[in-house]
Design a protein around this ligand. Structure first.
Ligand code: GAL
Length: 679
């Protein structure tokens, strides 16, 4: 495939999924839409996403007139199109004529025609149909003035089709990976429970007791979806080589290795649906959302796009409250603060029927703009229009958290003495939190694609699986002066999910070995007690829960000991001076206060850059986007009440009004301000 471009839009994007085709029988509504789109300061619309049945109502019978009309109207109104390929939902006639395009479940049952996002990723017929359709779209619109970006399919998922075609492809994938059944049997440790395979055709990915098998099945599905995507984009790239490409990602735990996938898109985009108001406090939701935004920036270490978000409510999360006044603005600009080059919504106009008729939209069933939602969306549009200068600036991090999706899959499969509440993703967020609280930008990285050179500090929580030489790269990183933090449950298995025998590979880097891991019930009491004069100045006692490694030191020094039980006095936090750097080991699950104290001290020692040199109140955070000449400071308040922020000695100006700001700035409840640092 051709080399990937970098998508650098000339403006910050503001728009929505526009299901124009649902309203073809309502010309007044369509006319009004364009007036409202302009009024809401939208400059881009996602078009044609689920429109296959309208584009090709019967096999070989194409109707592009309505899409021509839409594209022309967008262009006439100065609005750009993110034009979708329609493979996210197949038409009924196709499912009927070609049953092989429908998914087969684990029990061998083929899906009836229903829902969406449920095609077989292997089916040659579906691939051919998609190719035909994408060829026609690319030929027709490649030079259309409205076309800005391709939106390939919609939210590819890893549903795992169990049809014969997928199984054959899986077995071929395994043959390429292992070469022989002997190698495969060894990698999957199939002598266990007499699972040895004597013929490739015996392999069926339905046995959760063979962890290597299930892990490889997940890898295969992810690869197969990426392969499907690559086939989808072939005609787009050939026919319209200058039009960049994206596909909308979701939260990371959907079974796709987005780290790999991201290499094949020109710009990463994603759909963010936090459950605002679902907890007593809002800021933990803001925190987790920030982590996800940073993840999407990190996939390519470039600005990304928020391609979908709801302007008000969803209708699939059980309970979804309308965003309280101010929160829409804050949550939208939060994405921009973390590197998004725009804000887009699902959906522009609320459907009249079907499953999503009560999902939030910019224009509701009342069909006019005199609503709170419309006004708040318009306010975002106005603000983005005035922040135009900021486009393509980016956030820069000197600290990275290793958040490895394949590690998460393997860890989820593992049956440990404590399998409850492993919570890999949550723990990565817990280690991210102290940085978020201080306004220190964090990148996320993974084991196989990461370039470690930009970072001073790397944090690797629960790095259960070591693959692709990550342990050597981390070792080199520390040796050359980097600082590493690793926790309990790390370095247990190789990339086939086979346990390491003898010395574990992190032994010399960490200067210790792990004898066993205690797992705690909620009534169990354990603590860590800081050793006087330790490397980070930790003091006193902190509670421990869930997991506690019992370790022995080679060269590492103890910074804290356990306080209870038969391993009281054993080391719980250690540091190992290795080459020019240090590697810390956090042997047990600690609480928020500990992580706060630990990382505050470490950030201070390493002089990690803060977006603003001040102590931020709880629930308030800051991000900096910059290029070589400009710096934009985002201050965000995830508390419902106003908060004061001391601006210190620096000279700031409001990014919009240029008003000079000094001293104390009051951020209203759910408030957000963008400031410029005076040069
Ligand atoms: C997304 C999907 C959209 C819409 C939205 C509702 O996951 O891409 O098409 O269904 O959810 O929140």
């Amino acid at each position: 495939m051709k080399s990937i471009q970098v998508f650098q839009p000339e403006f910050l994007l503001h728009g929505a999924d526009y299901n124009y085709e649902q309203w073809l029988g309502y010309p007044d509504i369509l006319a009004e839409d364009f007036r409202l789109i302009r009024e809401a300061k939208c400059n881009v619309m996602n078009a044609g996403i689920f429109s296959w049945a309208m584009l090709e109502p019967a096999e070989g019978e194409y109707h592009f007139e309505w899409l021509d009309q839409l594209m022309d109207s967008l262009a006439e109104n100065g609005i750009r199109a993110i034009l979708a390929t329609p493979s996210g939902a197949k038409p009924a006639w196709m499912s009927q004529v070609y049953p092989e395009i429908r998914l087969v479940d684990e029990h061998g049952r083929r899906e009836p025609h229903r829902l969406r996002h449920n095609h077989c990723p292997t089916s040659p017929i579906y691939r051919q149909k998609v190719k035909q359709m994408n060829t026609l779209l690319a030929e027709r619109y490649k030079e259309h003035p409205a076309l800005l970006l391709w939106h390939v399919s919609n939210e590819y998922g890893a549903h795992g089709c169990h049809c014969g075609l997928c199984y054959a492809a899986f077995r071929k994938w395994l043959q390429e990976r292992y070469g022989s059944l002997d190698a495969l049997n060894h990698a999957w440790w199939t002598t266990f429970w007499s699972h040895r395979y004597t013929d490739w055709s015996q392999i069926e990915p339905v046995d959760r007791s063979v962890h290597g098998l299930m892990l490889d099945w997940m890898r295969f599905i992810s690869d197969q979806v990426i392969d499907f995507y690559l086939a989808e984009i072939e005609p787009l790239q050939e026919i319209a080589p200058d039009v960049p490409i994206t596909t909308n990602f979701m939260q990371p735990n959907v079974g796709l290795d987005y780290w790999k996938f991201a290499q094949y898109v020109d710009v990463v985009s994603w759909d963010s649906y936090p459950r605002w108001h679902s907890q007593q406090e809002e800021w933990p939701i803001g925190l987790k959302t920030a982590f996800f935004h940073d993840l999407h920036r990190s996939y390519k270490r470039q600005p990304f796009l928020l391609l979908e978000s709801t302007p008000s409510v969803t209708n699939w999360q059980g309970i979804s409250r309308p965003k309280k006044p101010g929160l829409h603005f804050l949550s939208s600009l939060q994405a921009v603060a973390h590197g998004s080059n725009g804000v887009q919504y699902f959906q522009w106009r609320q459907s009249r029927g079907g499953q999503e008729k009560f999902h939030g939209a910019v224009v509701g069933h009342v069909s006019h703009g005199h609503t709170r939602i419309f006004q708040e969306v318009t306010a975002v549009g106005r603000y983005l229009a005035q922040l135009g200068d900021l486009v393509n600036t980016c956030n820069r991090a000197e600290v990275a958290i290793l958040y490895d999706l394949q590690n998460e899959w393997a860890l989820n499969l593992a049956q440990l003495p404590r399998s409850e509440e492993k919570h890999y993703q949550e723990r990565c967020v817990a280690h991210y939190q102290p940085f978020w609280e201080k306004g220190i930008t964090v990148d996320l990285i993974d084991s196989s694609t990461a370039d470690l050179s930009p970072y001073k500090l790397i944090v690797a929580p629960m790095l259960y699986m070591l693959r692709d030489g990550i342990e050597e790269r981390l070792g080199r990183f520390v040796h050359q002066g980097g600082t590493l933090v690793i926790t309990y449950l790390s370095g247990l298995v190789d990339q086939s999910d086979l346990c390491f025998i003898g010395d574990f590979p992190l032994r010399s880097l960490l200067g210790l070995w792990v004898e066993e891991t205690d797992v705690l019930f909620t009534h169990d009491v354990q603590s860590l007690e800081a050793v006087p004069n330790n490397d980070l100045g930790l003091k006193g006692s902190y509670p421990i829960t869930h997991f506690a490694d019992i370790i022995h030191l080679d060269r590492a020094q103890a910074m804290a000991h356990y306080g209870h039980d038969y391993y009281a006095g054993y080391p719980a936090i250690t540091v190992n001076h290795y080459g020019n750097g240090r590697s810390f080991y956090i042997a047990a699950r600690s609480d928020r206060r500990f992580l706060h104290d630990f990382y505050s001290s470490l950030s201070h020692q390493l002089r990690l850059p803060q977006a603003i040199q001040t102590q931020l109140p709880t629930g308030v955070t800051a991000q900096l986007r910059h290029n070589d000449s400009k710096q934009y400071l985002f201050l965000m308040n995830f508390q419902p009440t106003s908060q004061e922020i001391s601006l210190g000695e620096s000279d700031y100006r409001d990014a919009l009004s240029a008003e000079r700001l000094r001293g104390v700035l009051e951020l209203e409840g759910y408030g957000l301000r963008v400031l410029r640092l005076d040069d």
